[in-house]
Design a protein around this ligand. Structure first.
Ligand SMILES: NC(=O)c1ccc[n+]([C@@H]2O[C@H](COP(=O)([O-])OP(=O)(O)OC[C@H]3O[C@@H](n4cnc5c(N)ncnc54)[C@H](OP(=O)(O)O)[C@@H]3O)[C@@H](O)[C@H]2O)c1
Length: 344
């Protein structure tokens, strides 16, 4: 039987990893969307305990996360910390009665954990039997938002995606590293790489995560598996190359799509424009196309450079940009909570 949120006027919410770049974005989004909060519990490591963070006009004290909690009374818990924290605390919070919306990769591929982008597969929430719901990787979410309407219309046969991922996807330490390396380079000082295996400033790293036996990165495998799970197409042919670029915020993706039936670029634009959460921004003659600087802080997935791929039958190329901290992480999680409330 699926775990359901009880209907209430307002809910006690916990944010685990509240001091991180995704956690702080979650607080902003809870405020912006006037989320019905009865209470807010903020958790982080011992380093941050005692700090306070603002949300909905109040200051909330950060607690140290320990196995003792206490977690009773929490209705909804957003976890955005580390894989190890998710592995240990998601079951603890669910056992204490919370519905957990988890940002890590730990549970995403578990058969009894829904992996949800509400605009695409909110129906999967009905299968939340363990009280844990996962949100996809920050590159998978915008990709499925764009594939979904095209797939339903003309059947997507194969996808070739190359990502250009910002450093905020790795968290606060990586953002600090890009800024510091840039400053050091421009001041003729020695540059140190600590978060990434190589200098990221003025560079591109064709590695996100660890390498598997076939030479693929773990991030590439996540995109393939998660896209198939969300679109409920376990055999869909997808291949990915993931690249870290010296951009602070927003992930971009170059997507090549082969469809079963023909689709003109104008038909694709119309299908994408009708998809909730997607904005078509595609006027190349005026040099208008989506870019990370424009999409930062925005909720929508922006799509442009939509054009025919003349090298294959029924081929389409497009370019998408999405804020990895919002739709790629915190916003998607809050939208899942809102969908649960709507179903309560
Ligand atoms: N960034 C993205 O675009 C993105 C997108 C999708 C998913 N995610 C996932 O979201 C999670 C958080 O990412 P982030 O980018 O926000 O990272 P981050 O900026 O490094 O923040 C990490 C958070 O986890 C907390 N934390 C770390 N170790 C802890 C411990 N032992 N006990 C309690 N809290 C601890 C940190 O607390 P302190 O401040 O006290 O250290 C901080 O609040 C990761 O699982 C990541 O894979 C991130």
């Amino acid at each position: 039987m699926s775990v359901k949120l009880l209907k209430k006027q307002s809910y006690t919410v916990a944010v685990i990893g509240a001091t991180g770049v995704v956690g702080k974005e979650s607080l902003e989004i809870l405020e912006e969307r006037k989320f019905p909060l009865a209470g807010l519990r903020l958790f982080a490591s011992k380093r941050s305990a005692g700090q306070s963070l603002a949300c909905q006009g109040r200051e909330w004290r950060v607690e140290e996360l320990t196995p003792d909690g206490p977690f009773a009374g929490i209705d909804l818990a957003f976890i955005s910390a580390t894989d190890a924290i998710s592995r240990e605390y998601a079951p603890r919070l669910a056992d204490a009665g919370a519905i957990v919306i988890d940002d890590s990769a730990v549970f995403r591929m578990d058969a009894d954990v829904p992996l949800v982008v509400p605009e695409v597969n909110a129906h999967a929430l009905d299968a939340a039997v363990r009280g844990i719901i996962a949100i996809p990787n920050c590159t998978t979410t915008p990709l499925v938002m764009v594939l979904e309407p095209l797939h339903r219309a003309v059947i997507v046969k194969r996808v070739v995606v190359t990502t250009f991922q910002s450093v905020s996807g790795t968290g606060t330490a990586a953002m600090d590293e890009l800024v510091k390396q840039t400053r050091d380079l421009l001041s003729f000082r020695e540059v140190k790489a600590e978060v990434y295996p190589h200098q990221i400033a003025f560079n591109c790293l064709p590695q996100i995560g660890s390498f598997g036996e076939g030479g693929e990165c773990s991030e590439e495998t996540k995109i393939v598996n998660e896209t198939r799970k969300i679109l409920e197409e376990p055999q869909m042919r997808i291949t990915a190359t993931t690249v870290r670029v010296p951009v602070l915020r927003c992930h971009s993706e170059a997507v090549n799509i082969e469809t079963e039936r023909p689709l003109t670029p104008n038909e694709a634009r119309a299908l994408l424009a009708a998809m909730p959460g997607v904005v078509v921004f595609d006027e190349p003659v005026r040099q208008l196309y989506p870019m990370p600087l424009d999409a930062a802080g925005k909720d929508e997935v922006y799509v442009g450079r939509i054009r025919e791929d003349l090298s294959i039958t029924n081929g389409l190329n497009l370019w998408l940009v999405s804020d990895n901290l919002r739709k790629g992480a915190a916003l998607n999680a809050v939208q899942i909570a809102e969908a649960l409330i709507a179903r309560a």
